[in-house]
Design a protein. Sequence first.
Length: 277
Amino acid sequence: AAVTAAAASPLRTATLTLRETRADRTTREARALGIRERISTFTTEMGPSSSNRIHNVHLMAEYIDGTILKPGEKFSFNDSVGPRTEERGFREGQMIIGSLLLPAIGGGVCQTATTLFNNAFDLGLPVERRYNHSFYISHYPLGRDATVSWGGPDLVFRNDLRSGILIKTSYSDATLTFSFYGTKPNRRVVASTGPKVNWRTPQTTYALDPYAPRGSVRTVAGTNQPGFDVTVTRKVYERGKLKRKDSFTSAYIAVGPTAIYGPGRSIPGPYFVLPRV
């Protein structure tokens, strides 16, 4: 306000009160992190997406952008992004709930998590928590997707490098990219994807809608997509020696029709509960 008033005055001078703010870290501390070069990057495509979904992906990327992990520190997706609510700027998109794709605030969260997971995977970082989607989504690498939800599944990985890691993001309406910066480790990551096994044919699944009319039943057609299991194995070599071997097994359900029951009616099999949407 003082500057604006001064710009309109004949003297064009203003008196400002300055306040000293302490930096998060000193120059020496920043240099000690060893953040010198890009060491990992991964891009996913938006595919057919609504403007709301694209907005949510961009917003989550902004929450994560600039995150620094010191050696030994963990990254938690839910801790970093926080709750996906309208008050925090998120819009209604679509989320996978059981065998259904339903309207929900914060739709697009799993693309953001999947992109981050693949960065950590390719860099050979220890992944402490990762969950696959309930059914297979073909535009993500097979067996290398990641789903998260507030108060539920999370994506957690740890920086086991000698340097810090800076997470930076770039995005457009068509793609999302996360890049990790640090000091390039002397390591090599070899990944192999096993065959699809334990095939499951689509069958009717059941859901309870607590907000549907009492005693009602309605059926939603599915994609008739088979289910299966797949395991991705990762070997991390450091200085030519095997440092770690781990496996990520994903079990994808078959997607047939879903029978949605209202309260007060017996459901003839295992079921999941629909949220209020």
